[in-house]
Design a binder for this molecule. Structure first.
Ligand SMILES: Cc1ncc(COP(=O)(O)O)c(C=O)c1O
Length: 398
């Protein structure tokens, strides 16, 4: 059956990771892969995670399956983390949550649910969006279409163009939105823009599908959830895919959840039966470990406090790096405006250089994706200068 099968071209980020690993230069800088790094270039296990994990290992008495919907305690604490304690949708009993295999699993589960409800639904995604959104969502059989998002010259959202495009959509079209820390651009909607978008979504009766992969790494745990909380308070239906990979540092534990908001408790219950059924067709039962760790942290006031301070630490490091990077770039490349770097949020910024310039940086041992998305957290205080000088050299070459 497989004798004539041709290899696929490797995912560009995976290819970039391989190139970086093979580079033996001591100055090499990895701005490609989207993981948080500390000032030593490490992606450490959070203290709160370590403590929750040790307690878990001591207490666990069985490895039997949890349940198709996953860890009920985890699901509940995720709802409160995302929506905030006492959110109206929780009080009204309209939210149901299923544990998923990371944020990716949650995105796919949401897409499968939409496809089951109406296979002709088009999912509208920002230009640009995270490269894995396309295979994840279209893999369910749904069609994707782009809407304008980034104003590349300003490094911010071209909000009017976005609204104009979304205004043309038919009722029940799905719109994928990034809850915060837009990947790959770092350009987020302001609170006023979320409110304006809400009015449009209500008027056009669109279905928002919110991807929440970086809660806490932009402005703060509550501020980053502004959009999803607003939408869930005001709309009849919302899907929200949540990832614990970045803010809990649980990348390899594949921990995430899909939250769905239904018209009523009864319709939310019905939705849950379908989510469980769909999850059974993909992974049957979710992995236990990461969700149990998160539940252990969020359910314990002391561990939760420790985790919040660690998330604050990651966010503040990124914000500090953004400010220091801007300073270094202004010193080395005064003729170009890089102020967008401090306006953007989360791990990523689009540097706005050409593919050839990205390749020229690679010759200087600096690795980022061809679209010039850089993971700001991949920089260190001690290589900012090296990076700024290399970029100045590359930009000076015409
Ligand atoms: C925008 C976005 N959504 C979702 C995810 C999913 O993350 P994971 O499946 O690792 O939890 C990521 C990870 O990089 C992401 O950047």
């Amino acid at each position: 059956m497989f004798e004539n099968i041709q290899p696929v071209i490797a995912d560009s980020i995976l290819g970039l990771m391989a190139l970086y690993r093979a580079d033996t230069d001591p100055h090499k800088v990895d701005l490609g892969v989207g993981v948080y790094r500390d000032d030593n270039g490490d992606t450490p296990v959070l203290q709160a995670v370590r403590r929750s994990e040790s307690a878990l290992l001591g207490a666990q008495t069985s490895k039997t399956y949890v349940a198709p919907a996953g860890n009920a305690g985890f699901n509940q604490t995720m709802e409160r983390l995302v929506l905030g304690e006492g959110h109206a949708a929780l009080r009204d009993g309209r939210v149901r949550t299923v544990q998923a295999v990371g944020g990716c699993g949650a995105l796919r589960l949401g897409a499968e649910l939409i496809r089951y409800a109406d296979p002709k639904t088009v999912v509208h995604v920002s230009t640009p969006t995270w490269s894995n959104h396309t295979p994840l969502l279209s893999g369910s059989g749904l069609t994707l279409q782009p809407y304008p998002y980034l104003d590349a010259a300003r490094g911010s959202v071209q909000f009017e163009a976005m609204l104009t495009a979304l205004e043309q959509l038919p009722p029940r079209a799905a719109v994928l939105l990034h809850g915060s820390c837009h990947n790959p651009t770092g350009a987020d909607l302001s609170q006023a823009q979320w409110r304006e978008l809400l009015a449009l979504v209500q008027r056009r009766q669109l279905l928002p599908f919110i991807d929440m992969a970086y809660q806490g790494l932009g402005e703060g745990l509550d501020a980053d959830a502004f959009g999803v909380r607003l939408f869930c308070a005001e709309l009849p239906e919302v899907l929200c895919a949540v990832s614990c990979s970045k803010n809990f540092g649980l990348y390899r534990e594949r921990t995430g959840a899909l939250l769905v908001l239904g018209h009523s408790g009864k319709s939310a219950d019905a939705l849950l039966t379908h989510l469980v059924r769909l999850a059974r067709t993909m992974w049957s039962m979710p992995p236990d470990h990461g969700a149990a760790i998160v539940h252990g942290i969020l359910g314990d006031p002391a561990l939760r406090g420790l985790w919040v301070s660690e998330v604050d630490g990651m966010r503040n490091r990124i914000l500090g790096l953004r400010a220091a990077l801007l300073q270094a770039l202004q010193a080395h490349i005064p003729q170009r405006d890089f102020a967008f770097i401090v306006r953007q949020r989360g791990m990523f910024s689009y540097l706005g250089i050409t593919r050839e310039q990205v390749r020229a940086l690679r010759e200087r041992h600096i690795y980022m994706t061809d679209d010039s998305r850089m993971n700001v957290a991949g920089l260190r205080r001690d290589n900012l200068e090296y990076f700024a000088r290399a970029l100045a050299q590359v930009l000076a070459k015409r």
